[in-house]
Design a protein around this ligand. Structure first.
Ligand code: AQP
Length: 331
């Protein structure tokens, strides 16, 4: 039976299975998804072709994929309301990426900050895939006629590229793509490392600065205790002068669902010790509840959900791809 669109506007978002998702990715992106599925037709994707832009152990890829599906579900994604699927299950993504590679300019991709950061030190051996991956991301988004893309700050530039490519293609060949908008949190779009408030908390650097969603609870406590702070002892949000405390306040606020103002007031006259002790409790409560949900889901369930999602996502993807190919003169 064809999948009926319940809501007019379409949301697409994806995370790559390159390791365990941490509280940064959760706060910046995943935490918005459950709410969005009440208002929009949502497609949530495990973008495995993005993961291989840097070397991955083949045996890990399936493991991280299933973990990520279970992570989406534990964060409230409901497969009865949203389409949850794996990118590589739909060849239309890579097919459209190739076509858009021929629309994108070298100059578009040379501007991409994430490529510059991730290729640092690799010189000529950096993969071409890492360079062109924003085009694959544009294909992911445009294939499904997406209106809204919830992402963290680091992905905003890539959504801008998707917009530019959609406009360029529409102008050249005829209107086929919707022009997507990114939705980036005002606060929490870039959670920083607990060890270095100038460095993003990342899956691939999952040491003392990073708490992943399936982190051992005692380990998580230790990481909060050892988190760096700034000089002084006031609990005040001030990104410029107090980057470490501002980061911890942001984490506290999102995981406890309380405003930063309210938290600052609570800690007036108190020091970093009190604040970090309570933050430890906030993080532990959040992780425990999250992991309880996660542990209820089996790998078999996750696989079944991916299979059902593939069928539903395929319809929309093929519709767009057929139109695109016709426009460029390929049957
Ligand atoms: N530290 C963060 N703060 C806020 N948002 C973040 N995101 C990632 N890290 C943070 C957002 O979460 C989604 C994750 O997508 P991804 O894993 O496909 O992309 P990424 O940004 O490349 O993630 P990592 O953790 O940095 O992965 P590695 O180390 O493997 O490259 C995106 O919306 C992202 O913006």
């Amino acid at each position: 039976m064809p999948f009926q669109l319940k809501h007019e506007q379409i949301v697409f978002s994806g995370i790559k299975p390159s390791g365990r998702l941490n509280i940064g990715g959760y706060i910046g992106s995943l935490s918005q998804w459950a709410e969005m599925q009440e208002k929009y037709t949502c497609l949530f994707c495990v973008v495995d072709y993005h993961a291989i832009t840097v070397k991955q152990k083949p045996s890990d890829l399936e493991k991280w994929t299933l973990e990520l599906v279970k992570t989406y579900l534990a964060a409230g994604v409901n497969p009865k309301k949203s389409i949850l699927f794996r990118q590589s299950d739909l060849s239309a993504h890579t097919e459209l990426a190739w076509i858009l590679n021929c629309t994108a300019h070298m100059a578009d991709l040379k501007k991409m900050t994430q490529f510059k950061e991730k290729s640092l030190g690799q010189k000529e051996t950096v993969s071409v895939g890492l360079f062109t991956y924003p085009v694959l991301m544009a294909a992911d988004i445009l294939l499904h006629q997406t209106d809204i893309v919830p992402v963290g700050e680091d992905q905003k530039q890539h959504v801008e590229l998707a917009r530019d490519l959609a406009k360029r293609f529409n102008n050249e060949y005829g209107r086929v793509f919707e022009i997507p908008e990114s939705v980036v949190r005002k606060n929490g779009a870039r959670i920083m490392s607990l060890q270095d408030p100038f460095k993003k908390m990342s899956k691939s650097e999952n040491g003392a600065g990073c708490i992943d969603l399936l982190e051992d609870i005692e380990e998580a406590r230790k990481k909060i205790r050892r988190a760096v702070t700034d000089s002084g002892n006031q609990i005040k949000y001030d990104k410029k002068n107090k980057p470490a405390i501002s980061n911890l306040l942001t984490i506290y606020s999102h995981l406890s669902r309380r405003s930063i103002d309210e938290i600052e007031k609570e800690y007036e006259g108190k020091g970093y010790g009190d604040f970090k002790k309570d933050l430890e409790g906030v993080v532990v409560d959040f992780l425990s509840a999250f992991q309880k949900n996660y542990n209820k889901i089996s790998d078999q369930e996750a696989l079944k959900i991916l299979e059902a999602g593939r069928e539903r996502a395929e319809e929309m993807a093929q519709k767009t791809l057929v139109k695109v190919k016709k426009l460029i003169g390929i049957k």
